[in-house]
Design a binder for this molecule. Structure first.
Ligand code: FE2
Length: 389
């Protein structure tokens, strides 16, 4: 084995992705396995007897919300439901959820859905327990009073919000994303049930998988990375890499690949807790805010360009993930993006060259850019956009 591999971060040993298991992963009780949504009631009952279920219309339509409600009911947990979470949740979604929660006393929060439901549930938790507005919690550790315990049940393999102490909530008026974090905002327990992925629409699943991949790749090279975060990034990438080609058709993917995607997305999310993110997310966010591009599609558009931009500063780290190096890794991401049917050019999304300076100004002000391994200023952001035009 080469010296490079000898010095590479150690990956946490986890059971196979098609097994059923339960263990503490970085301070969160992870309950993993097909069909384990049925244990939501028993797991919730350990945290409290009166729950607010936060979910979205897609989960109601797929029947997963009814399954969760049945499990909660069977365990004797009383439930108030807020099923109004919208994609890229705003302060308005959070306020509507708080209003639902105030109908009766709530002792715990159960979040069922994609990253939007996870983030919205955390936002509701802040306002319900500590009052005020979402803006008051921007940053980290702003909650003065205890938050409610929460159970997270992700239904997509993407954001990794199920592993994080941050809620990403957009301001309703500006659509700018605010990152509001607190150690208590993390879920106490997370159910990772790969069967939930089977009902995700292909385009949504493909974009989510690209987001998870971007988290593993970005978190591995940031200036804030730690040995522990790097180990998680690496473990996430090893799980995701062989399963990503199957991500766009989760209904026919093998159970093992669904397990790899869900656990890989969770671990990549856990890596971000320490490592933060980089220029891909900084440049992707204005595309979502201004043009409504789904987050995973926006990161997929920029990820190869950012890897090439970063390679001079992060080549050794990219080689830990992809021995042929950053340029080859970027080319692989481009091939994968094509296989997943995701957009490759900004022009496809209606972005004109004249709009790049304004986008670059916003991207260079995004907090995630600060942790990029190679500094990114306004000009660098404009070049990144131009290379993806
Ligand atoms: Fe992301």
């Amino acid at each position: 084995m080469s010296q490079l591999l000898d010095s590479a971060p150690r990956e946490p040993a986890l059971p196979p992705p098609d097994a059923s298991w339960e263990r503490d992963v970085g301070g969160i009780r992870v309950v993993f396995g097909a069909g384990r949504l049925s244990e939501a009631g028993a797991l919730a009952a350990r945290l409290g007897g009166r729950a607010l279920l936060v979910t979205d219309p897609g989960l109601v339509a797929s029947g997963h919300a009814a399954a969760a409600l049945a499990a909660l009911d069977a365990a004797g947990v009383e439930v108030e439901t807020f099923a109004g979470v919208s994609p890229n949740p705003t302060t308005r979604d959070v306020e509507a959820g708080v209003a639902a929660a105030r109908r009766r006393p709530v002792e715990l929060i159960v979040a069922l859905g994609g990253g939007s439901a996870m983030d919205c549930a955390k936002g509701i938790n802040f306002l319900l327990t500590n009052g005020g507005r979402m803006e008051d919690y921007r940053g980290f550790g702003k909650a003065a009073r205890p938050l409610l315990p929460a159970l997270g049940i992700p239904s997509t393999a993407g954001t990794g919000s199920d592993a994080q102490s941050y809620a990403l909530i957009s301001q309703a008026t500006t659509h700018r994303k605010m990152a509001c974090g607190d150690p208590q905002a993390r879920f106490r327990t997370v159910i990772l049930d790969p069967e939930l992925l089977t009902t995700v629409p292909p385009r949504v699943a493909a974009a989510a998988a690209m987001d998870a991949l971007s988290h593993a790749l970005e978190s591995h090279v940031t200036s804030a990375r730690t040995p522990a975060s790097a180990a998680r990034s690496l473990a996430a990438f090893r799980l995701l890499e062989p399963a990503l080609a199957a991500a766009a058709e989760p209904a026919v993917a093998s159970p093992a690949d669904r397990g790899r995607l869900l656990l890989g997305a969770h671990l990549a999310g856990a890596a971000i807790e320490a490592s933060m993110l980089g220029a891909t997310h900084a440049a992707a966010n204005p595309l979502t805010a201004r043009f409504g591009v789904p987050h995973g599609e926006a990161v997929g558009l920029l990820l190869p360009a950012v890897i090439r931009y970063n390679a001079p500063a992060a080549e050794a780290l990219y080689r830990e993930l992809w021995p042929a190096g950053g340029a080859a890794l970027a080319a692989w991401v481009e091939r994968l993006r094509r296989e997943l049917g995701l957009p490759a050019r900004l022009a496809e999304l209606g972005v004109a060259p004249a709009q790049l300076p304004a986008l670059a100004a916003e991207a260079s002000a995004e907090w995630t850019g600060r942790y990029n391994p190679r500094p990114v200023d306004r000009r660098a952001c404009e070049e990144l956009y131009a290379s993806a035009l």
